[in-house]
Design a protein around this ligand. Structure first.
Ligand code: SF4
Ligand code: SF4
Length: 123
C-alpha cells in the first residue's frame, strides 16, 4: 500500500509534497536532473510509509491514499508511480510514457484547470 500522485500534478508540479515527506520517497526532487523532463511527480510505492503528510501539502488534491482509493480515471497513473525510479533513465521514460498515454486518453480532464481537476475525477 502506498500513496499515489495523480493528474492535478500535471501543470502544477510545485514539489510542495517533497518538502514534507519524512522519508524522501517523492521524486524527482527539484535538485534531481530528471525534474525538468518529467510531467509530474511520483511516490515510490515501497518507500512510502503511509504517513499522510503529503496530502494536505498538495495545493491541488492530487494525492490519494492508496491504489484502491485512486479513482478509475487515474488508475493508469498508479503504474507510473510504481515504475518511476530516480536515476534510472529507462524507468523515467517508462513512467513518462504512461503519463503521456493518460494525457492522450483524458483530453476532458486535461481541459480542466489543475486546481479543479480532482473534483472532476470520476469515482
Ligand atoms: S504518505 Fe508520507 S511517506 Fe508517503 S509519500 Fe506522502 S509524505 Fe511521503
Ligand atoms: S504537492 Fe501536489 S501538485 Fe505539487 S508536486 Fe506534489 S503532487 Fe504535484
Amino acid at each position: 500500500m502506498a500513496f499515489v500522485i495523480t493528474d492535478p500534478c500535471i501543470g502544477t508540479k510545485d514539489a510542495a509534497c517533497v518538502d514534507v515527506c519524512p522519508v524522501d520517497c517523492i521524486h524527482p526532487r527539484k535538485d534531481e536532473p530528471e525534474f525538468a523532463q518529467t510531467t509530474m511527480l511520483y511516490i515510490h510505492p515501497e518507500e512510502c510509509i503511509d504517513c499522510g503528510a503529503c496530502v494536505p501539502a498538495c495545493p491541488v488534491a492530487a494525492i490519494y491514499d492508496s491504489p484502491e482509493s485512486t479513482p478509475a480515471s487515474q488508475k493508469q497513473l498508479v503504474d507510473a508511480n510504481s515504475v518511476y525510479r530516480a536515476g534510472d533513465a529507462g524507468a523515467v521514460a517508462q513512467a513518462e510514457a504512461v503519463v503521456q498515454a493518460h494525457i492522450a486518453a483524458h483530453a476532458d480532464l486535461m481541459a480542466v484547470a489543475p486546481a479543479e481537476r480532482a473534483a472532476a475525477h470520476a469515482g
